[in-house]
Write a protein that binds this ligand. Structure first.
Ligand SMILES: Cc1ncc(COP(=O)(O)O)c(C=O)c1O
Length: 375
């Protein structure tokens, strides 16, 4: 047991009541709770988006990219510094992942490197709002328009992130979210797809349930002898009412939890020694970061010692991320380290510190004292 774990989810009696209500309702799986969660989530994101709830952010990526139906072997550009779901979904769909480098200011993908890596075969770009820092969306949108490319925003870390007054997730052709337990809101496991493209949304709704042309609520409420049809093969990626009921309660306190995250972040900023610790955050006044965790950068030769000291004192750090090209499976791809210099640097210097709403101010001080004394 850690004195300060990397993450603690916050569940109250309200989530327990919501689960109990569903358990006693006679309907456990995809149903009206999911439909209500989708509506409430899309209202939270704003800008008239529609939402499709699914079983995880990973399935959201498979579903979204699959529904977009790119020709086999089309290239999709994504940052090398991300979670493996982004690259694995591309590979499984018969597409070709092309890794782009990040910027060392915010660890988000570098638009200049995206542009360098575009070929005649490029069809889409997946961007990741790292730790809740918004990517340079204006520049990336301009590139997408110039080369007629589809944009998918991975908002797994960034539900509350705002960019010039709007939620991230409304800028791409589609966006994906995660409700894994360590995310800013959780449904235990779960994810969401968001888009303004109604045709894409309808397709994702069908494909999340094998491709069946009628959803199970309608099917149950209006029984007919008509056999359902499957227009194209889909997946089993649905969210259950049990999960959605938890998500609906979590969503109600998302703003108060964000306020606490901001408080914890500001204290870290005040207490960490700026000469020895670089906080990876976007300080532009026109953005609001969701502060999913606290990414820091320290001297390469000090990082291992710092990790050891944190662990010795009961603090659980994390690493975001092991870059895609560092995994064994990457040997089958022709990704070049030389083309990813910032990702290489980040991998050697980066460390993530705990940041969650229930962190007491004394907890932050405790972590900062260890960090400052170790460097
Ligand atoms: C950036 C990013 N994308 C996608 C995922 C996958 O989320 P899920 O576990 O909901 O599939 C994660 C998980 O941590 C992530 O960090």
């Amino acid at each position: 047991m850690y004195k300060i774990p990397f993450h603690k989810y916050r569940l109250s009696i309200e989530e327990e009541k919501a689960v109990l209500r569903v358990l006693r309702s006679g309907w456990l799986t995809f149903g009206n709770e999911v439909l209500a969660f989708e509506k409430e989530f899309s209202n939270f994101i704003g800008d008239d988006v529609n939402a499709v709830a699914v079983s995880s952010c990973t399935s959201a990526l498979y579903l979204t990219l699959g529904a977009m139906n790119f020709p086999k072997n089309s290239e999709v550009i994504l940052p090398a510094f991300t979670y493996v779901s982004d690259v694995l979904s591309i590979i499984h769909l018969g597409l070709v992942p092309v890794l782009a480098d990040i910027s060392l200011d915010d660890y988000c993908v570098n638009p200049l490197d995206i542009e360098r890596k575009i070929t005649y075969n490029t069809k889409a770009i997946v961007i990741v709002h790292y730790a809740g820092n918004p990517c340079e969306i204006k520049d990336i949108k301009a590139i997408c328009n110039r080369y007629n490319l589809t944009l998918i925003e991975d908002c797994a870390h960034a539900i509350e992130t705002k960019y010039y007054g709007k939620s991230v997730g409304v800028f791409g052709d589609a966006s994906v979210y995660s409700f894994y337990p360590n995310k800013n809101i959780t449904t235990a496991e779960g994810g969401m797809i968001v888009s303004k493209d109604v045709e894409l949304i309808d397709k994702c709704k069908r494909l999340r349930n094998h491709g069946i042309d009628i959803d199970s609520v309608t099917q149950s409420e209006k029984f007919t002898l008509r056999n359902y049809d499957i227009l194209e093969p889909g997946y089993k990626f649905i969210m259950s009412d049990l999960q959605a009921a938890i998500g609906r309660v979590q969503l109600r306190s998302i703003q108060s939890m964000l306020a606490k995250r901001v408080k914890v972040f500001n204290l870290y900023k005040e207490l960490l020694c700026p000469e020895r610790v670089k906080i990876i955050a976007n300080y532009n006044e026109n953005v609001q970061c969701s502060h999913h965790f606290l990414p820091i950068e320290v001297a390469e030769n000090k990082r291992d010692k710092l990790v050891a000291n944190l662990l010795e004192n009961g603090v659980q750090p994390s690493l975001h991320f092991k870059p895609i090209h560092k995994f064994s499976f990457a040997q089958n791809f022709s990704w070049s380290i030389a083309q990813l210099p910032n990702t290489e640097t980040a991998y050697k210097r980066q460390l993530s510190l705990p940041l969650y709403p229930m962190m007491e101010l004394d907890d932050v001080k405790y972590v900062c004292d260890i960090v400052n004394a170790s460097l």
